[in-house]
Each structure stands twice: as C-alpha cells, then as structure tokens.
Write a protein that binds this ligand. Structure first.
Ligand SMILES: [Zn+2]
Length: 173
C-alpha cells in the first residue's frame, strides 16, 4: 500500500479487524520509511451483474462509478462527504441486489438514489431528482421541488436563499 504521506510503497500491518459488521477489514498500517500510520479498508468486490435498461430501451452493464458520478454532481458543494456518497451507493446496491435479478430500469435506480439522497441532503436530492425526472413527468418534479423548497425554508433557515440563487429566478417571491 502506498503511504499517503511520503508515497513509499513499504509498510507493515499493525492491526487488522473486521468492521461494518464483517463486511470489510480495517487495517492499521505503519509506513516503514516515514513511520507514520494510516488506515485502509479492504472489502470483497461484489460484482453486480445487472443489465440496466435505459429510457430508449437500450441496455448497458450496471456501473457503480456512473452512479457515484451522478450523486457527486448532485452533491456538488454540499456537505456530503465522499465517504457518505459511497455509503449511499452501497445502500442503493443493496436494494438492487435484493430486488432485481437480471435487469433493472435506469429509472428504478434513479428513483432509489433519489429516495436515499432525500434523507441525506435536500438540495442534492432536488438536483438529482430534476435530472432523473426531467424526461418523465415535469409536472411531478415541480410539485415535488416546490414541496421540498417550502419545507426546507421552514425547517432549515437559510436554505431558501440557496434555492433561489440557483434557480432561474422563477421561484422568487
Ligand atoms: Zn511514509
């Protein structure tokens, strides 16, 4: 493992233990060159073999990195860490694996990401939902967005101005 401090490729493992209820192994490592310590997580690569059916009917293999990219865009400049984004992706994958066998629509994936994102960050949720729903039912999205904006204005002071500055101005009272 390459040391994050001095970039040397020489380390020893000081401690290993299961984490996340056994899903991953946490290893404490010490760099043999600079003696600094860092932590790595090792997890089994679970290849999800699902065909994703796009809106136009074409198929493509499921790709986690695309989902991560989508969430990352939605969460741009929001207080959502990379670690949290990975967790969101894990949660969505868990759902995919337990509910679909061979194929899943890109819409189902999008809906699920939106659901999870909604609990994490409302601004990221609205951004994400707008992308996923713009070709489906624009009316629904506007209702949904309005609902979220109104509630977030009540619940979280300061969020309304954020929405307003990012919209085209139509939302301004
Ligand atoms: Zn080092």
């Amino acid at each position: 493992m390459r040391c994050p401090y001095c970039k040397a490729n020489d380390d020893k493992v000081i401690d290993s233990r299961a984490s996340d209820g056994g899903v991953s192994i946490r290893r404490r490592r010490e760099c043999l060159r600079c003696q600094r310590r860092y932590t790595t997580y090792e997890r089994l690569e679970e290849t999800i073999r699902l065909a994703v059916i796009k809106r136009d009917g074409s198929r493509m293999p499921y790709d986690r990195s695309k989902m991560i990219e989508g969430i990352r865009h939605a969460a741009y400049k929001r207080p959502v860490s990379s670690e949290r984004i990975e967790q969101i992706a894990d949660e969505v994958e868990e759902y995919l694996v337990s509910n679909f066998e061979r194929e899943v629509s890109s819409q189902s994936i999008g809906e699920r990401i939106a659901q999870v994102l909604r609990r994490v960050d409302q601004v990221a949720y609205v951004r994400f939902a707008s992308v996923y729903r713009q070709f489906e039912d624009v009316g629904d999205f506007i209702d949904e967005a309005q609902d979220v904006i109104e509630r977030s204005a009540d619940d979280i002071p300061g969020q309304q101005s954020l929405f307003e500055s990012e919209s085209s101005g139509e939302a301004k009272a």
